[in-house]
Ligand binder design. Structure first.
Ligand code: NAD
Length: 294
């Protein structure tokens, strides 16, 4: 019999990931604090329950895709948290991007309570979650990774077991998002300056896509968002800012001064303060356009 799966956090990433598990004929129990997300999950055939605790009590594998480390900590470790109510041997998989220390503390606590835990942040965006093409960066015990491999194959395309430290995937994920921070601002600056000089953004994209300026983020931000004047996330400025702060903390701890990376925290804080926090990160372009007076 197939395992009973649980999914907590049915947002931009979690909802399409859980839908792919439903499509693979798994029974999926889900919980989100947002009523609309619950409605969408139920409409797709999921079993919506009232609390995270209930998910934990029902399921053999419990997955989470939650916005911030604070929320992850609460959902796992509070009195009503899943770590305290999961069945013995339950496999907990956290797809959220959190601080490495939190992965390590969840791993330790889960183990002590007879549970299993993998830190498994993902990359590939909402499109990757919908099309099941995510890259999954996994840290934790090898046998737990192996027992989750089938699930990873359903929600993603490439999964990597990167070591027995449960935070190693997170460290790599934060490096990835540091690059996303650079590229997103680089794309905004390049397009705004081009436009100010009378070069149409389509022309610039066509030429730079065949030059060394090309990047996946340029393609994503321009083609999916800026070109359509659509700034619904996607990946919000606030979530990128959270990850850049975590990357900075990681660099501070490693004793590496990030010459531009450190400035990115201030930059995206300003962009969020300008009112673009809940918009897709590609709204860095709108923010710069305001000052360039195009
Ligand atoms: P999101 O804000 O769209 O979704 C988070 C969901 O969690 C929301 O539906 C929210 O209602 C729910 N939630 C909040 N508190 C809760 C609680 N206490 N219990 C249950 N549900 C709760 O965020 P997202 O874009 O789906 O991102 C989720 C995670 O994945 C984040 O850690 C993010 O950094 C990471 N991530 C996002 C992307 C992306 O492109 N959006 C890509 C890779 C990784």
């Amino acid at each position: 019999m197939k395992e009973k799966l649980g999914f907590i956090g049915l947002g931009n990433m979690g909802l399409p990931m859980s839908i792919n598990l439903l499509k693979a004929n798994y029974q999926v129990y889900g919980f989100d604090t947002n009523a609309k997300a619950m409605e969408q999950f139920r409409a797709a055939g999921g079993i919506g329950v009232e609390t995270a605790k209930e998910v934990a009590q029902q399921c053999d594998v419990v997955m989470t895709s939650l916005p911030t480390p604070q929320v992850v900590e609460m959902v796992y470790q509070s009195e009503q948290g899943i770590i305290h109510h999961a069945k013995k041997g339950c496999l907990l998989i956290d797809f959220s991007t959190v601080n490495p220390e939190l992965n390590d503390s969840l791993y330790k606590e889960a183990k002590a309570l007879g549970l299993r835990y993998l830190g498994a942040p993902v990359s590939g965006g909402v499109i990757g979650a919908v099309n099941a093409t995510l890259t999954i960066m996994v840290g934790g015990d090898k046998e737990d990774y192996e027992s989750a491999a089938k699930i990873f194959g359903i929600v993603g395309k490439n999964s990597y077991h990167l070591g027995i430290s449960s935070s190693v995937g997170t460290r790599i994920k934060l490096l990835n998002n540091l690059m996303i921070g650079f590229y997103t601002e680089a794309v905004a600056e390049t397009i705004v300056l081009g436009e100010k000089m009378g070069i149409h953004a389509d022309v610039l994209y066509e030429v730079l896509s065949n030059s060394y300026g090309q990047s996946r983020i340029y393609e994503r931000n321009y083609v999916e968002y800026m070109k359509n004047d659509n700034y619904e996330p996607g990946f919000s400025t606030n979530l990128l800012l959270k990850d850049l702060k975590l990357a900075k903390e990681m660099a501070d701890e490693a004793g590496v001064s990030l010459r531009i990376g450190e400035k990115l925290v201030d930059l995206y804080s300003e962009i969020a303060q300008q009112g673009y926090g809940e918009n897709d990160m590609s709204a860095a372009y709108l923010s710069l356009k305001e000052t360039a007076k195009i």
